[in-house]
Every structure is written in structure tokens, then in C-alpha cells.
Design a protein around this ligand. Structure first.
Ligand code: SF4
Ligand code: SF4
Length: 515
């Protein structure tokens, strides 16, 4: 077990609602962004003198602009249905991590300045002035929300704490109190094209190395094309796929799928990132800048389709917002969804028999599947309701012989967050991440003990990084988390080019020109 400087929650046999411990996580807050990470995003470098006036004004702007936000703030009846639904409350026991309490941090200020009752008799309606103490509470507890939307599923009014959390972060950024982790990443992606700041030569190097690895292992030449003009598909994938484990095994899986199906494809060094952290800080403008890079890359390379790799929140931004952020995409082939998820592509190819899978390639594992929040509760896949649940599971089941779901309350639309989503995947929040992962770990432990599950598959770069980091705190091994396309990669039957001999029919980069 990893050594922790805090108490790691005990995994119980059945989920229980913990006793409240006031202020249990009051000490947990991420590093504040310095000027060099604030100003490139258009925010003040530090807390401005008139921060209070600016914050209240921004609150008014946001509640006018996003009607959903004011509806959420006005409609809570304090029924309590959401109180035990947040993984951060269940894992930390801090009452301010109950979704309704988190919302109230925002709501009490909104009531004070934007409702008549709050202006006239604040105490009667739970309205409060915006003070430095309140701002600190915001910074602490709105960075203990992974914007996973689980609470909204159980709220009879559908109140979405994630949107309130995004608005709070946007207000804090506007007055100069942004979060270092998110804002540093957004700057890198805007300047260099990806969250990791990987320059083009590093990408070329990595991809060449992967091609060699695949050929060595399989005897088949599978291309990893970059900046190839005229390819049919532009793959936009999280930059973690280029180097992290198990992400990179997923990237190998996508390449094998495209190869085997004879689809010409490319990645882009200009838009080498699917993730869009602009969403986590609630910033439409910053989200749009990243989305426009994808549009530009698609135009420059002359592709016909855009396909997204395994990344949860990236798929939410792509599925729900890409067309409004960076559309119209009328220059793409309208016979395909714009955009499309790699799981939709692979699923279709399995269904029509274009690729064959040998399940025995994964016989050394017994699998379960973690539904990533943003895919489960903020998007869809395919053309049927619930496709985001069935399509990844169908792919896994087609790739392996041994599969078991975790308990029903912890999967599909009730899935528990990995504990590191929403811009919280940073070491300065490790205690929160470990504690927030508790409900997922409990469900995983259950299928491990009852069904002999050895590995958990996921289609989100953040979930994969989070699990490989926090598994050791709960006596699991880091490599028990796998990519869904890693399973495809292990099972896919490769034909075509072998031993480096060219076979034009199966080449992924025929009739294309390197940009
Ligand atoms: S959105 Fe998720 S993390 Fe945020 S309060 Fe709701 S359940 Fe908790
Ligand atoms: S479930 Fe909805 S209405 Fe009930 S307390 Fe929570 S946010 Fe308010």
C-alpha cells in the first residue's frame, strides 16, 4: 500500500453514509495561479483591489447569460436527495462537500445581491455578503467538485452543481484567483497545441518509436501518421496517449483498428490535444480557442472526418459543444457524425465484420468497466439512447472472454467519479483524489472479491491517470487500469502488410502527402 500522510478511507463491504465531520477538508486547496498563467488567458495576475465589486458584477452577467444557472440557484427546495451522492462527501465526510452545501456557498451570495428578499432581510433567507472568508471557502470547496454531475441525476429538479462550480471558478478567475494546474495547462495547449507542451519533433519521435514497437511485436507495419494532408480521418486524442501508461496502449489500439479497416488517418501536431480544460474553469472563450485549433487542423489537412480518442471531458466538449464553438463543419463528410468517437468507429467495424477480434488475446485478464462521468452523464454515443453505456461494453465483450459489471448503483448514469476529474488531477490535491476515489474503489473491490476481476477498463485519460496513481493506496496495482482500445489491440487479428513488405491496399497513408 502507498504511504499516505492522511487517513485513507476504509473500504466497507457495503456503501454507508458517513457521519459528518465539519471542516474535514477545509485545509485542502490547490495552488493559486501566478501571473504568468493568468494573463495569457485574459485574467488579472493576482487578486484585484476591487475584487468584490467585479465578482458580484460577473455573477450577474453569468446568471443572465446562462439561464440554467439562475434556475438552479432559485429552485433548490432543500429536499436532501443529493446529500449522500457526491463521492467527495462520501470519501471525506466534510459536510461542505454535500452538493447542496456546495451550491449554497454560491447561492447565499447570489441571494444577497440578486434577490429582493436577500437585499431586504438577508438573514431570513440565508443570504450572505461576499467576504474574503467566503471567497476562500469558494476556492477550497469549488476545487473539491469534479463537475461529475452525479448529484444532478438524483435531484428531483435536475440541479447541476457542476454548472455552479464552473461559474464559481470563472468568477474567481475574473478577479485574479485562478487555479494553477488548470490555467497552466490551458496556456500550454493554446500555445503549443497540447496540455503537455510536447513540440512536434517529440511527437514525431514518439510515433516512430511506437511504429517500431508494433512491428517488432506483431510483424505488421502499422502506421502512426502525423500531419498527413488528404487523409480521411483526423484523430484528436488526449496528449497523455502519446506517452502515459496505459493510455499509449490505447493509441496503439486505434492505429491497429484504422490499419485493419483500411481507413486513411492522421493526427495533427497543431491540434495534438483532445482535452479542453477551458470547460473546467467555465470559460467559453478559452474553450473556444482550443476548439478552433481542431477546426483549423481539419481544414489545413483537408480531412473528411474528425474522430476523438479516449478522453471523457473531451468527448463532452466535442459532442455537446464543438459545433457551436467552432462550427459549422459543413466541409466534412456529412455521412458521418461530426464529430465521432473512436468507440463508435470501432464498434461499427466490429458489427460489420471489417475487423476480427480474437478474445483469447485478453484471457490473462478478467475485466470490469468504469463509466467516465462526462461520457456517462453529459454525452451520448451511437444513434440509440444509452449508447454511451452499451458501445464501450460491447467492444470490451467482443475483445475478451471474462467480463463483469460493478454494482448497478456505481455504473452507467450513477457512475462514481474517479476522484480526479474536473481539473483536480494534480498532486497538490492528492488527499482529495484518494478520498474521492473511495466509492469507486469499494465497488471495484466488490467485483474483485466476488467475480475475480483483475483489471478495470476506461475510456478517459484523466480516469486512467488518476487510477494508476491512487490504486496503490487501496492495495491495487497501478497496471490494473487499462484502456478499452488496449483490449482491442490485444485481440485484433492483423492482416495486410507483414514483415515490413508494402501492401498498398492496406496502407494507411496511401495517396496522401505529408504536410
Ligand atoms: S458534480 Fe459531482 S463532484 Fe460536484 S458536487 Fe455533484 S457529485 Fe459532487
Ligand atoms: S436534491 Fe436538488 S432540490 Fe434537493 S437539496 Fe439537492 S439540489 Fe436541492
Amino acid at each position: 500500500m502507498a504511504v499516505a500522510k492522511f487517513e485513507v478511507p476504509e473500504l466497507k463491504e457495503y456503501p454507508i453514509i458517513p457521519k459528518l465531520k465539519k471542516g474535514a477538508m477545509a485545509h485542502s486547496a490547490p495552488y493559486v495561479a501566478k501571473e504568468k498563467f493568468q494573463t495569457p488567458l485574459g485574467y488579472p495576475g493576482e487578486l484585484i483591489d476591487n475584487w468584490k465589486e467585479v465578482a458580484i458584477e460577473k455573477m450577474g452577467e453569468l446568471t443572465n447569460k446562462y439561464r440554467s444557472l439562475s434556475v438552479y440557484l432559485d429552485s433548490c427546495v432543500k429536499c436532501g436527495a443529493c446529500t449522500d451522492k457526491c463521492h467527495y462527501y462520501l470519501g471525506t465526510t466534510d459536510p461542505k462537500n454535500m452538493p447542496v452545501a456546495r451550491q449554497d456557498l454560491f447561492r447565499k451570495v447570489y441571494r444577497r445581491y440578486y434577490t429582493l428578499a436577500g437585499k431586504l432581510a438577508p438573514k431570513l433567507v440565508g443570504a450572505e455578503d461576499l467576504t474574503e472568508e467566503v471567497l476562500d471557502d469558494w476556492y477550497t470547496y469549488f476545487h473539491q467538485c469534479s463537475q461529475c454531475r452525479r448529484c444532478s441525476v438524483y435531484c428531483p429538479y435536475g440541479i447541476d452543481t457542476a454548472e455552479i462550480s464552473m461559474a464559481a471558478r470563472e468568477i474567481m478567475d475574473t478577479v485574479g484567483k485562478g487555479q494553477k494546474y488548470c490555467n497552466e495547462i490551458i496556456s500550454k495547449a493554446q500555445i503549443l497545441g497540447n496540455n503537455l507542451g510536447l513540440p512536434e519533433p517529440a511527437l514525431v519521435n514518439t510515433l516512430e518509436g511506437l511504429e517500431e514497437d508494433i512491428e517488432e511485436e506483431t510483424g505488421v507495419v502499422v502506421k502512426m501518421p502525423l500531419d498527413v494532408k488528404g487523409a480521411d480521418v483526423l484523430l484528436i486524442t488526449p496528449s497523455a496517449d502519446f506517452f502515459a501508461e496505459p493510455h499509449i496502449d490505447g493509441l496503439i489500439g486505434y492505429a491497429k483498428v484504422f490499419h485493419e479497416a483500411g481507413i486513411s488517418w492522421t493526427m495533427s501536431s497543431y491540434a495534438s490535444e483532445a482535452a479542453n480544460f477551458g470547460m473546467f474553469i467555465g470559460s467559453y472563450e478559452n474553450m473556444q480557442k482550443l476548439a478552433l485549433r481542431i477546426r483549423q487542423a481539419a481544414l489545413d489537412l483537408g480531412v473528411k472526418r474528425i474522430v476523438f480518442g479516449e478522453c471523457g471531458h473531451a468527448w463532452r466538449v466535442a459532442y455537446s459543444f464543438l459545433n457551436t464553438l467552432a462550427g459549422p463543419f459543413d466541409f466534412l463528410d456529412q455521412n458521418y457524425p461530426v464529430p465521432q468517437h473512436i468507440c463508435e468507429v470501432t464498434h461499427g467495424l466490429i458489427e460489420d465484420g471489417s475487423i476480427k477480434l480474437d478474445k483469447s488475446g485478453n484471457d490473462h485478464m478478467t475485466l470490469t468497466y468504469h463509466d467516465s462521468c462526462n461520457v456517462a452523464r453529459a454525452s451520448r454515443m451511437g444513434d440509440k439512447p444509452g449508447g454511451q453505456f452499451t458501445i464501450p461494453r460491447d467492444i470490451i465483450k467482443a475483445s475478451c472472454n471474462n467480463y463483469y459489471d460493478m454494482p448497478e448503483h456505481s455504473i452507467k448514469e450513477g457512475t462514481f467519479c474517479c476522484g480526479g476529474g474536473g481539473g483536480l488531477l494534480t498532486d497538490d490535491l492528492i488527499e482529495l483524489r484518494v478520498k474521492g476515489a473511495m466509492p469507486r474503489m469499494q465497488a471495484l473491490k466488490q467485483v474483485t472479491e466476488q467475480n475475480g476481476v483483475t483489471h478495470m477498463a476506461a475510456i478517459c485519460a484523466i480516469c486512467k491517470s488518476q487510477f494508476s496513481k491512487i490504486f496503490p493506496y487501496y492495495d491495487f496495482e497501478m497496471d490494473q487500469i487499462v484502456s478499452v482500445h488496449q483490449l482491442v489491440s490485444n485481440a485484433i487479428v492483423l492482416t495486410g502488410q507483414t514483415n515490413g513488405e508494402s501492401d498498398d491496399e492496406d496502407s494507411t497513408s496511401n495517396d496522401v502527402e505529408t504536410a
